[in-house]
Design a protein around this ligand. Structure first.
Ligand SMILES: Nc1ncnc2c1ncn2[C@@H]1O[C@H](COP(=O)(O)OP(=O)(O)O)[C@@H](O)[C@H]1O
Ligand SMILES: [Mg+2]
Length: 362
């Protein structure tokens, strides 16, 4: 997969302008606070379905204006595909693929595929389980539209269940019939999401182990496993149904949902120890880098082509050994990378340089 062009109408501080991209390494360079990350974020919207650093979606509209918009053209298996996204204050965002409007995120996500790696991604290793679940959700969504649908359905029913639990706790009366219906409904997406995440983690663990082995020259062993409810007897809808049905009284007592994929995690280990608690910063950096490289490999395995790699200021975070490893792995793939230093990547054969100054693309 290859991004050919991004046409910015307006996006955060970015002014109207067009960027053409080439194969290989594309460097977006400029001083701090000029709009480099904004450009990368604008591209990543097409992979993720929404901006990755936002509170409200309309945050991407330039402060002094009423709308934002980006068009891209990407190439996949020899076919050129245009996509666009437009935001206007007080309105729902508009998304198009090949000129046709789409309303659902599940139709928009999974077309243009990209792996984003930024300094924040250390959080995959060191932060709470929610960051690792988010990593899985974003990655799996790009190659599996059914996952987007199932995850949304699951979240909706879980919210209904939370309200029902709260009601039952406050009113001290429980409508077991409604709990039963919701248990039947939630069991199906819960099983699907669990199985997909489990399968993903199996591949993730294998790829991460290889990368860590290479980076450490055989000295370190990494593994990643999906960690989920151990009381689950088997992977059937029936077993998931029972999980949501049999513990209602306990959940009312605790006033919350106690079961389901919102409690799961990835257990990432280095040399047999939990990476979250026992790794040095450097080891955590290697692991997060390995996880991101794995994300690209798995996307290739599942779709037949590499995604586009978007790297936000990561080389400043990596030491020269890890940085060279990263760039050596990217071979013929398309990489779009931001940096304050125009020359930093020259030894690796930069094919395209884009300068950004005060939101203007040069
Ligand atoms: N909605 C917005 N409208 C106008 N400017 C914005 C908006 N959101 C962020 N900015 C500004 O964009 C500038 C550039 O941000 P960024 O792309 O992160 O810079 P960098 O080049 O360092 O990566 C920041 O100064 C920020 O205040
Ligand atoms: Mg930046």
């Amino acid at each position: 997969m290859k991004l050919l062009k991004a046409d910015i109408k307006a996006y955060r501080n970015l002014k109207e302008g067009t960027v053409e991209f080439t194969d290989g390494i594309n460097v977006i360079w400029g001083d701090n606070a000029q709009g480099k990350t904004n450009l990368l974020e604008a591209i990543y919207v097409f992979a993720r379905g929404k901006p990755y650093r936002m509170k409200k979606e309309t945050d991407v509209i330039p402060f002094s204006e009423s709308s934002a918009g980006v068009d891209i053209v990407y190439e996949s298996f020899g076919r050129e595909v245009p996509m666009s996204v437009y935001y206007r204050r007080g309105e729902k965002r508009k998304m198009k693929i090949s000129g046709g409007e789409v309303t659902r995120a599940s139709e928009f996500i999974g077309n243009f595929r990209a792996v984003m790696f930024c300094p924040d991604h250390l959080s995959i290793i060191k932060d709470s389980p929610s960051q690792r679940r988010l990593f899985l959700d974003v990655a799996i969504s790009q190659t599996d539209k059914k996952y987007v649908y199932m995850l949304k359905k699951y979240t909706q029913i879980l919210a209904q269940r939370a309200a029902l639990i709260k009601d039952a706790a406050e009113s001290k009366s429980t409508n077991y019939g409604v709990f039963d219906v919701l248990a039947q409904q939630i069991a199906i997406p819960c099983r699907y999401v669990t199985e997909r995440r489990m399968a993903y983690c199996e591949k993730l663990g294998a790829y991460m182990a290889t990368s860590i082995d290479e980076m450490s020259e055989g000295k370190e062993k990494a593994s990643a496993e999906y960690s989920f409810d151990t009381s689950l007897s088997e992977m059937t809808d029936e077993a998931f149904y029972k999980l949501f049905c049999d513990n209602v009284d306990k959940e009312i007592q605790y006033k919350m949902n106690l079961y389901g994929v919102q409690r799961d995690d990835i257990e990432i280990m280095l040399n047999g120890k939990s990476s979250r608690f026992y790794c040095s910063q450097g080891q955590q950096r290697s692991l997060s880098l390995a996880a991101k490289l794995a994300e690209g490999e798995i996307a290739k395995e599942e779709t037949g082509e590499y995604p586009v790699y978007l790297f936000d200021d990561v080389l400043s975070e990596l030491d020269s050994k890890r940085a060279s490893y990263l760039l050596s792995k990217l071979g013929e793939r398309q990489v779009i990378i931001t940096s304050c230093n125009e020359e930093l990547f020259s030894p690796f054969g930069v094919s395209n340089k884009i300068n950004i100054c005060s939101g203007r693309i040069k």
